[in-house]
Design a protein around this ligand. Structure first.
Ligand code: KG4
Ligand code: ZN
Length: 357
């Protein structure tokens, strides 16, 4: 089966072609058009994002088909992100998919954006398949899940406030770096000394036990406030520029240690030896290296940590096509009433402790 994927949930217009059966899926093309205009505003402006998607969607889809060497007649189905995200932005992709589906007689399937992030790494590396522990860290979400099989997602923990990427972006703003700030913080932190500026590890302490409400949850708003105070103190001393790299390093180390410790807790608790990272923050090499270091030490030499390549970590349509391929093969289809939703649970998501249907 060959699936055209479409993604327009935030500020990238993307289309991709994926073909295959089961876990034997091949990425044939991927086109991503990033809307750089939002950098001027320091964050995504929803109305501008929707208009930019409208302008871009037709050429982006055409480009992805051309790169894959495909005509419309070579496509078997269309998978499109329909939640969660900016509703106006999502509607551009959903309306386009439904219109082309109707005109070409192709089945259309609405895909959950976060399920896409869970599938993304498997396009780089087929070993990134269930069972695994998943850490999803993007600009909008931070979730720790146990994944015994595709479509069986046990939510173990999430952020209580800011997403990991949001924390990176806010700290970058405090340090005068461009938006989105994650990769700028990572680069600056490389020049910082470990331990020179130390922040408390949010929601991480020795006395926590499985079953405690904060055992897997994370929180980054207190860390962000601590960074704000450190920046102000440095400004008062006149050492802001000299201290910026140490502050970035201190922030990144605190965030990474928290995420890494909780990810390893989850893998240990569920007996997983495989960890899969997803979302834009999964581009961060220091995060990957710390999780890999702890996995080798705690889970043993047979353990593996899989992080997506940068173009598959950040928002893209390849992951939507891949998740769509899985669901289409199960016989799932959406009707013409397919709609866009700002928030929607991942299909197959169950609460901790509950049995899978
Ligand atoms: O998954 P994504 O492209 O969009 C959402 O669905 O939110 O993630 C974007 C987020 C931004 O917050 C960005 O700052 C962050 O990913 N990010 C990084 C890095 N590269 C991107 N955060 C930390 N380190 C990076 N290298
Ligand atoms: Zn995303």
């Amino acid at each position: 089966m060959r699936v055209l994927g479409i993604e327009s949930s935030c500020d990238e217009t993307s289309a991709a072609v994926v073909s295959g059966t089961g876990d034997d899926a091949t990425l044939e093309s991927l086109t991503i058009l990033s809307q750089d205009v939002h950098a001027i505003f320091g964050g995504v402006v929803p109305e501008i994002a929707s208009r930019a998607h409208l302008t871009a969607i037709t050429p982006v889809v055409r480009h992805a088909l051309e790169q894959a060497g495909c005509a419309w007649t070579d496509i078997d189905a269309i998978a499109v992100t329909h939640a969660p995200g900016l509703v106006g932005a999502l509607l551009v992709g959903v309306s386009f998919a439904k219109a082309v589906g109707a005109a070409r007689g192709l089945p259309v399937l609405g895909v959950h954006h976060l399920e896409g992030h869970l599938f993304a790494t498997s396009l780089d590396d087929r070993a990134a398949a269930p069972p695994f522990t998943a850490l999803l860290v993007s600009g909008g979400h931070t979730m720790l899940l146990d994944v015994p099989a595709w479509s069986e997602y046990r939510l173990l923990g999430a952020t209580r406030d800011d997403a990991a990427g949001e924390a990176f972006d806010k700290v970058a703003k405090l340090l005068g770096l461009p938006y989105p700030g994650g990769r700028h913080i990572e680069a600056l932190a490389r020049d910082g000394a470990a331990g020179k500026v130390r922040f408390a590890r949010p929601m991480l302490h020795g006395g926590q036990r499985a079953g405690d409400a904060d055992y897997y949850d994370v929180s980054f708003s207190g860390l962000k406030t601590a960074v704000l105070h450190a920046v102000r103190d440095a400004e008062a001393r006149g050492t802001r520029d000299a201290d910026a790299a140490h502050i970035a390093r201190g922030f990144q180390d605190a965030l990474i240690e928290t995420l890494a410790a909780k990810t390893i807790r989850a893998a240990e608790a569920f007996g997983r030896t495989r960890i899969v990272l997803g979302g834009g923050v999964a581009c961060n090499r220091a995060l990957y290296e710390e999780i890999a270091r702890r996995a080798a030490a705690v889970l043993g030499a047979g353990s593996a940590v899989h992080a997506p390549s940068p173009r598959l970590a950040t928002d893209n349509a390849a992951m939507i096509a891949r998740a769509g391929l899985f669901r289409l093969e199960r016989g799932e289809r959406s009707g013409y009433d397919l709609n866009a939703y700002a928030a929607l649970p991942i299909p197959g998501l169950v609460a901790p402790g509950a049995a899978h249907p």
